[in-house]
Ligand binder design. Structure first.
Ligand code: ZN
Length: 485
């Protein structure tokens, strides 16, 4: 018998509709919906109480234990299956379709939400990277394929092929199964400091984790709440793990059996790398192929901008660029430096990785800009100036978001004779022919990087901007406000 534990109902995220691919904004967004507290069960099963972070499998085991029946026959009763095989248990504790939850809830006298809450993610079609799998896949009563599902298709977080457990946790509460034990990124019990055992391969000896290992594991478990930033962290972590643990995505169990200590050490290092974004040399990205390194590079901080690339310039506008980035990036030509700065600002605004942030640019410039970005950031990092680069990018991003200017509009406006007059009368000593170039290059054409003038390439316009830019810009702002009024 188990003692009744009173748990409070916590707020749950709304559950989405049943179509996985159509509701997912991006198939690669990998976020865990983690419902850790469950309500006490009602009715005839009231003696068996759902427990903090208990998985559906653990719940079944405890109910079966209480009534002295085999868990499989309970599973048969619950889902109306005549003969349970391992394939029926494939998604148990990970995901269940609403139809199956409703049917099982009727038998167990539980709300479907309570059944859903005992699964790693309440199935909303976007929480995990389930790709094109249909809802019936998560229904144990449906005719499931006899062959194995490709588990790597469910995203880097989930392991459905085998169970893990902490022997000390289970000694204290027999039959208990934590939901997070189904995650491939949960290797160490943070309460007991032990490497988790696997269900069918119990180790003779206990493998004890170091304080660093436990801290890294705690860091991972603290990021299970759904957010864009956490999704990015797990995507990066997956890349770092894959580069350190051979066959991480498919053969982790074998690696754990062969060299458990090496696996924990690699895991801890990978977590440290994934939690230090923005420093490619430290993170080891310099040794990776450029395309892979670009997927794992993010800004250290993110302003949380979720809009589109709309309004972000391809080249950082001069007045934001010459404030410090121009000196910092003196090695590359000005056009490259301004493209790198624009991408860096976009990364700071959105939290996207370098590879994804490069969609900002015209297609033919993406790959080269990503490669140059990595190259120059690594140089800056060697000089101890990467932190400064990111601070300046963040400042530029803050200003771009605050100004909310569409540079395509400015392209229209800079041919406006009134704008030209406003700029020249603000700075009478400015060379008037250069004012037109300045208007086109610095006010407008920062958006269309395909149209870069020689004055931008040789940097002479920067000098002009330092002398006259500030006054002309404020005169232009004033002019456009008056025209709009
Ligand atoms: Zn434990």
């Amino acid at each position: 018998m188990y003692s009744a534990v009173n748990t409070r109902r916590l707020g749950r995220s709304p559950r989405g509709p049943m179509t996985p691919s159509s509701t997912a904004p991006s198939a690669k967004v990998i976020v865990i919906s983690y419902y850790s507290l469950l309500t006490p069960c009602k009715g005839r099963n009231s003696v068996v109480v759902s427990h903090h972070s208990l998985t559906h499998r653990g719940y079944l085991l405890r109910v079966a234990d209480t009534y002295g029946i085999h868990p499989f026959s309970l599973f048969e009763r619950l889902h109306g299956i005549s003969r349970v095989e391992r394939r029926h248990l494939r998604w148990s504790g990970i995901a269940i379709s609403n139809t199956a939850a409703l049917a099982a809830g009727r038998v167990a006298n539980l709300e479907p939400e309570e059944i859903q809450a005992m699964h790693l993610t309440a199935y909303d079609g976007s929480a995990l990277d389930f790709g094109d799998l249909t809802p019936s896949v998560f229904d144990p009563t449906k005719d499931l394929p006899a062959d194995r599902l490709p588990m790597t298709g469910a995203g880097p977080l989930v392991n459905a092929a085998w169970d893990r457990y902490c022997r000390r946790c289970r000694e204290a509460r027999p039959g208990f199964r934590a939901m997070s034990w189904r995650l491939r990124v949960h290797l160490v019990c943070i309460h007991h400091g032990l490497l988790l055992d696997t269900e069918n391969q119990s180790r003779g000896e206990q493998i004890t984790a170091t304080d660093d290992d436990i801290a890294s594991q705690a860091e991972v478990l603290s990021r299970l709440t759904p957010s864009e930033q956490h999704a990015g962290f797990f995507a990066d972590l997956d890349l770092h793990l894959a580069s350190r643990i051979p066959m991480w995505r498919t053969k982790l169990q074998g690696r754990e059996r062969k060299s458990p200590e090496a696996v924990i050490t690699s895991f801890t290092t990978a977590v440290q790398m994934a939690r230090s974004p923005g420093y490619p040399a430290y993170q080891g990205l310099a040794e990776w192929p450029v395309t892979k390194g670009a997927r794992a590079l993010r800004a250290p901080r993110c302003l949380g901008f979720v809009g589109t690339t709309y309004g972000f310039p391809h080249l950082l506008p001069t007045h934001l660029f010459i404030r410090g980035l121009s000196d910092l990036l003196h090695q590359p030509d000005v056009r490259t430096a301004r493209a790198v700065s624009a991408v860096g600002s976009f990364m700071s605004a959105t939290g996207r990785d370098l590879s994804t942030a490069c969609v900002l640019l015209p297609e033919r410039r993406r790959a080269t800009t990503a490669a140059r970005f990595l190259k120059y950031l690594i140089t800056l990092e060697d000089q101890g100036r990467a932190e400064q680069f990111w601070s300046l990018c963040e400042m530029a991003a803050t200003e771009l978001l605050r100004d909310d200017v569409d540079y395509r509009d400015r392209e229209q406006l800079c041919y406006d004779e009134g704008a030209y007059l406003a700029a020249t009368s603000a700075e009478p000593s400015a060379y008037v022919r250069t004012v037109r170039t300045w208007l086109v290059d610095q006010w407008a054409c920062t958006f269309t990087s395909s149209n870069v003038r020689t004055s931008v390439r040789d940097g002479s316009i920067e000098h002009f901007d330092r002398l006259y830019g500030a006054a002309m810009r404020s005169a232009l702002e004033h002019h456009f406000r008056r025209v709009a009024a």
